[in-house]
Each structure stands twice: as structure tokens, then as C-alpha cells.
Design a binder for this molecule. Structure first.
Ligand code: ZN
Length: 140
């Protein structure tokens, strides 16, 4: 995940985490896998900015809550970014396309396999789509 949307810890607005150049890594002189790489969180609404070095690879969200999250009657649903949410929505709308190409470059079928069972259940479709719409409204 090279773009993760989280809540700004200062103002509660939308903050974006992206991979960052890590001078320390370059000084060491060996390649660090991207998901272990340095990250930076920048708020879109205030001046908040925070950097995390490459050693903190175990915290891809930098300890901040995911922006795209929502609680349905049966549990919590969360997405890393708009593309991830679009993938989940496409899956819920049309389960027959689950193994086909997905929007936003998410071709990994394992994303679907990690979705909670209640999200994938056909009889929950209308409720889950409403939940996804509520999650998407948090982008504003
Ligand atoms: Zn902020």
C-alpha cells in the first residue's frame, strides 16, 4: 500500500500517508522492501506532518485510524484508500466479477478473501452498500 488515508491526529481531517525517501536507508546502501520503507503523513486540512523511518515497517498506518472505516450491524469495515474501497464495492455489487479484473489496479483476489463473511453475504448487500457510501462521505 503506497497511499493510505487516515484521520489527522491534530484536526481530525483527512491525512494521507505516502512512502518517503529515507536518507538513512540510502546511507546504509542496501535495498529495503517498499512496505518496510519510510513514510510520511500529511494532513490535507491543517499543517500536520509526521515522518516515520523505515524501521517502523510494522505500522503502515503510523498508529493512526484509517479514514475509510465504518461500523455496520455486524462489525467493522475499513479500507486503505479510495481504490481499495472501490474494489470492495465492486465485489459486493457483483460477486460474479470477484475473480475478474478489478477497478483501481486491485487484481489481488486475496483482498476479497480477507473481507469479513458478513460483507460478502448476499443478503447483506443493501446494508453493506449503504455502509460503503457512509465511508466514502468521510473523504470530504
Ligand atoms: Zn489536520
Amino acid at each position: 500500500m503506497t497511499r493510505i488515508l487516515v484521520d489527522c491526529p491534530r484536526c481530525g481531517g483527512l491525512a494521507v500517508i505516502t512512502l518517503d525517501v529515507d536518507e538513512g536507508t540510502e546511507a546504509i546502501g542496501w535495498a529495503v522492501p517498499r512496505h518496510h520503507g519510510a513514510r510520511r503523513a500529511v494532513c490535507t486540512a491543517c499543517a500536520f506532518s509526521r515522518r516515520q523511518g523505515w524501521r517502523s515497517w510494522a505500522r503502515p498506518t503510523m498508529g493512526l485510524p484509517l479514514r475509510l472505516r465504518g461500523t455496520g450491524r455486524q462489525g467493522l469495515l475499513a479500507a486503505y484508500n479510495e481504490d481499495h474501497l472501490a474494489y470492495i464495492e465492486a465485489y459486493v455489487r457483483d460477486p460474479l466479477r470477484r475473480e475478474a479484473g478489478a477497478p483501481g489496479g486491485f487484481r489481488n483476489a486475496s483482498i476479497a478473501s480477507r473481507l469479513p463473511r458478513w460483507v460478502k453475504a448476499a443478503h447483506n448487500r443493501a446494508e453493506v452498500l449503504k455502509l460503503i457510501a457512509r465511508m466514502r462521505s468521510r473523504l470530504a
